[in-house]
Ligand binder design. Structure first.
Ligand SMILES: Nc1ncnc2c1ncn2[C@@H]1O[C@H](COP(=O)(O)OP(=O)(O)OP(=O)(O)O)[C@@H](O)[C@H]1O
Ligand SMILES: [Mg+2]
Length: 161
């Protein structure tokens, strides 16, 4: 497993960090975003989506559970499972069909979907720290490890460790 930890001093840093992920995520990848309410998970996703070419709004899918995006790289699904009452609900909305080999899936509150989600390629945790946030990124698969190794030089020097 490869792991990176960085400090993100402000919202712009979270957006830039998400944007750097755009260079290394590939279709078929699943990213779990962990961290408490307001930790910056949607902000990070917004940075990633913008860098993947999305020019529109990025709203939090808190009430819809999932927000789909049609990108040049293929389908992109942004989940927020905070309001999921039972992981089985994910099955009812056809949740598993989203996790296909051509889609990038980003999941906020993955704990709420335990048992009904595929394993993550990248596990990302955001933690409130010193007015900003700390971000810890771990690989969960061989593809995730490759992505993380590619990502490290991109973010080196941009943020303090
Ligand atoms: N590095 C940072 N430093 C300070 N504030 C930040 C940072 N990154 C994001 N924020 C701010 O934190 C707030 C919450 O962000 P966001 O909505 O992305 O959190 P979230 O983890 O998605 O929350 P939820 O669990 O409610 O969906 C926003 O106002 C955002 O601007
Ligand atoms: Mg959110």
């Amino acid at each position: 497993m490869v792991e990176s930890r960085l400090h993100l001093a402000d919202e712009a840093a979270t957006l830039a960090c998400g944007a750097a992920l755009a260079a290394v995520v590939r279709p078929g990848m699943v990213l779990f975003l962990e961290g408490g309410l307001g930790a910056g998970k949607t902000t990070l996703t917004r940075g990633l989506l913008r860098a993947l070419g999305w020019g529109g709004n990025v709203k939090s899918p808190t009430y819809t559970l999932v927000e789909p995006y049609d990108l040049a790289s293929g389908p992109f699904y942004h989940f927020d499972l905070y309001r999921l009452l039972d992981p089985e609900e994910l099955e009812l909305i056809g949740g598993r069909d989203y996790f296909s080999s051509d889609a990038i899936c980003v999941v906020e509150w993955p704990d709420k979907g335990a048992g009904f989600l595929p394993p993550a390629d990248l596990l990302i945790r955001l933690i409130t720290a010193g007015g900003g946030r700390d971000i810890v990124v771990c690989s969960g698969s061989a593809a995730g490890k490759t992505a993380l190794v590619e990502w490290q030089p991109l973010i080196q020097g941009q943020f303090s460790e």
